[in-house]
Design a protein around this ligand. Structure first.
Ligand code: GDP
Ligand code: MG
Length: 394
């Protein structure tokens, strides 16, 4: 019998977001420099971060630097992008889904258009935690700083974050990078890191919610029946539990008659486990990858979803022509695909290649898709758009 230990997620995905030139890359370099003194982290200089290698993610090219550092409590994987367009692509494609974002705003400018746009995107793609670093405080006086803080708290509240309680740290990334020991130098970085450690909770595996497992593959074991394989996303599966197998418009009830982890039978399996499940009275032909196995009655299928989408520019291999409502193509997510129609907001007449927007998806058959689930749209096997599900609609 397995031990039900709740493992801490010692790992956290973060990233710097915010308006160009507000100091995101300087801050990223400063964080690694400050932590390098403690011996847990390798210092990555500014030039190394800004020369981010190109990444081919699902057919689109993103420039993104992935920097690792460790505090006493946690390991962080930190994403910093060189340009505004890289942020849009990175966030909408879900390639480095952030648990938390550090919104950098220069005290000299206050919030600017890209500050708002990145924050809106963060909200839409499901970034749960935001911290604010008001940078360049070496260049302004106290009153200006207070005004910027008020503006930021209002803006966070407008976008649906807890504006009153979000940590706002004031400092100078440049001074910290130059080892300045005054309050706005190195200590401001330590303050930021403490806030990250404390404000963003350690994410534990969800063992409380009803179980849910996306199916990666299915096969027949002669004489026994159909086995589905996948990684349990949340909850605990117990032998003989009742379940629903659903997706592609099909919903069938079944029972978990046997479960195997690394080829040995287990009585229960928990979130994070990769497991093979023998399903009672299920025919292989009714199982496809992309279907979902969930606790009986816990999930509903839908044909309708809201999503954030980015259409690749022509130079990225995208479409040559604009997209209008009722645009129909094949949608790909994980190991499966389905015919899908895309409709624009009534106020938007069309989207040009290179544009991003919130859109409505209608799938040919009912599916279960979760918030933050990434997908692409392909025309004749060429990726023309990338997106992330933001809401399930009835
Ligand atoms: P990014 O576009 O947001 O990544 O911004 P950078 O990190 O490249 O910084 C833009 C410019 O602001 C650079 O010239 C930095 O040296 C400068 N800068 C960054 N932080 C500070 C700061 O705290 N004080 C001052 N005076 N300049 C800063
Ligand atoms: Mg930068």
């Amino acid at each position: 019998q397995k031990n039900l230990v709740v493992e801490e997620k010692k790992h956290c995905n973060v990233g710097t977001i915010g308006h160009v030139d507000h100091g995101k890359t300087t801050l990223t370099a400063a964080i690694t420099k400050v932590l390098s003194k403690e011996g847990t982290t390798k210092y990555i200089p500014y030039d190394k971060i800004d020369k981010a290698p190109e990444e081919k993610a699902r057919g689109i090219t993103i420039n993104a630097a992935h920097v690792g550092y460790s505090t006493k409590n946690r390991h962080y994987a930190h994403t910093d992008c060189p340009g505004h367009a890289d942020y849009i692509r990175n966030m909408i494609s879900g390639t480095s889904q952030m648990d938390a974002a550090i919104l950098v705003v220069a005290a000299t400018d206050g919030p600017m258009p890209q500050t708002r746009e990145h924050l809106l995107l963060a909200k839409q793609v499901g970034v749960q935690y935001i911290l604010v670093f008001i940078n360049k405080v070496d260049l302004v006086d106290e009153e200006v700083l207070d005004l910027v803080e008020i503006e930021m708290r209002d803006m966070l509240t407008d976008f649906g974050y807890d504006g009153n309680n979000i940590p706002i740290i004031k400092g100078s990334a440049l001074k910290a990078l130059n080892d300045d020991p005054s309050d706005i130098g190195v200590p401001s970085i330590n303050h930021l890191l403490d806030s990250l450690d404390n404000h963003v909770p350690t994410i534990v595996r969800d063992l409380e919610s009803p179980f849910l497992m996306p199916i990666d593959k299915a096969f027949t074991v002669p004489g026994r029946g159909t086995v589905v394989v996948g990684t349990i996303k949340r909850g605990v599966m117990k032998k003989n539990d009742e379940a629903h197998l659903m997706g592609f418009g099909i919903k069938v009830k079944t029972t978990l008659s046997d479960m195997q982890i690394f080829r040995s039978s287990v009585l229960e399996a928990i979130a994070g486990d990769n497991v093979g499940v023998l399903l009672r009275s299920i025919k292989l032909r009714s199982v496809e990858s992309g279907m979902l196995l969930c606790a009986a009655g816990s999930e509903e299928m839908s044909n309708h979803f809201k999503a954030k989408i980015y259409f690749l520019a022509r130079s990225e291999g995208g479409r040559k022509k604009p997209v209008f409502s009722k645009y129909s193509q094949q949608m790909f997510s994980g190991t499966w695909n389905i015919a899908c129609r895309i409709d624009l907001e009534p106020t938007i007449e069309m989207l040009m290649p290179g544009d991003h927007a919130e859109v409505y998806l209608t799938l040919l058959e009912g599916m279960v898709m979760t918030t933050g689930q990434p997908f692409t749209i392909r025309e004749n096997n060429v990726t023309v758009a990338t997106g992330i599900v933001t809401e399930t609609l009835k």
